[in-house]
Design a binder for this molecule. Structure first.
Ligand code: HEC
Length: 271
């Protein structure tokens, strides 16, 4: 709601532009989950809970995006803004329409051209004040961006618990991929991305009736933190995931119709 045009909250929280990926190999799926992680960006963006996907929903655009001082109309953002970064802040207020990454743009996507990786690195480090991304993190993000395609026919798809559950699966994949490449920073980021997804679920299970689910989500998130600080992360995560799928995921699915993933309940909660 913090970066959404007044009156558009319901549309944004109940629907999303669909994207069809050219590939779902582990590198692409790793990029997809990191793309949603505020921890990838630094400073104000991370604090506000913004990730790449806040502006590029499923890698597409966000026609409802509106953040005071950053936008001059719904769907626009000034990414060279000192709100995000003192380094790249250019002292001018020059928002532009958030581009749909499924469409060809000013940055060539061709791997041979090699332009996408440095562009994304510049976004993270200079524009958003994030930490230097590891090579595997950058490779995953670029692979994901290169794979984003429009769906035919175009459609707005309902949001649901399944989005977050799929992202958690992607997170486990990403952590294993990063661990396999000996990339400790990438593993930490994958785990932060998963914890963010658990937080997104918790927001939807609002109210006294879901206190136990929220407590269990918090515990699951703390377990992830401990796993990230421990050894043999891929096997610990596999274990975590098996337990999560067996127990909490089942309870969450059972409660989904009573959660704020349900459009009617969401509408009422937003009143
Ligand atoms: C605050 C909203 C916002 C966030 C967050 C954001 N972007 Fe963007 N992105 C934009 C805007 C606006 C542009 C267009 C900038 C321009 O044309 O100068 C853009 C441009 C791009 C482009 C170039 C598209 C082209 O024209 O070829 C890519 C690729 C991209 N973003 C990827 C990312 C990635 C990866 C992240 C996360 C690290 C990210 N964006 C985070 C708003 C955002």
């Amino acid at each position: 709601m913090r970066w959404t045009a007044p009156g558009a909250g319901q549309a944004l929280l109940s629907g999303q532009p669909a994207a069809c990926l050219a590939s779902d190999d582990p590198l692409v799926r790793s990029g997809r989950v990191l793309f949603g992680a505020p921890a990838l960006l630094g400073g104000q963006a991370a604090k506000a809970g913004l990730g790449c996907a806040s502006c590029h929903i499923n890698g597409r655009g966000n026609s409802h995006f509106l953040l005071a001082g950053v936008s001059d109309g719904a769907g626009t953002a000034d990414v060279t803004n000192s709100f995000f970064s003192a380094a790249r802040g250019n002292g001018r207020f020059d928002p532009v329409a958030i581009p749909d990454l499924a469409m060809p743009g000013k940055v060539p996507r061709d791997p041979q051209a090699g332009a996408l990786e440095p562009f994304i690195r510049g976004l993270i480090v200079d524009e958003f004040g994030g930490a230097e991304p590891s090579p595997a993190t950058l490779a995953a993000l670029a692979a994901y961006v290169r794979s984003i395609r429009p769906c035919a026919p175009e459609r707005v798809q309902a949001r649901g618990l399944a989005d977050q559950l799929a992202a958690l699966d992607d997170g486990v994949t990403a952590a294993a991929l990063m661990a396999g490449r000996g990339d400790a920073a990438g593993v930490r980021l994958a785990i932060a991305a998963m914890r963010h997804q658990l937080g997104l679920i918790a927001e939807r299970y609002a109210g006294a009736g879901f206190a136990r689910e929220r407590a269990a989500l918090l515990a699951a998130s703390r377990d992830l933190q401990a796993i990230g600080e421990g050894r043999d992360i891929p096997s610990a995560l596999g274990h975590w995931q098996a337990g999560f799928d067996r127990d909490l995921a089942v309870r969450l699915r059972r409660g989904e119709a009573r959660s704020l993933y349900d459009r009617e309940r969401l509408v009422r909660a937003l009143r």
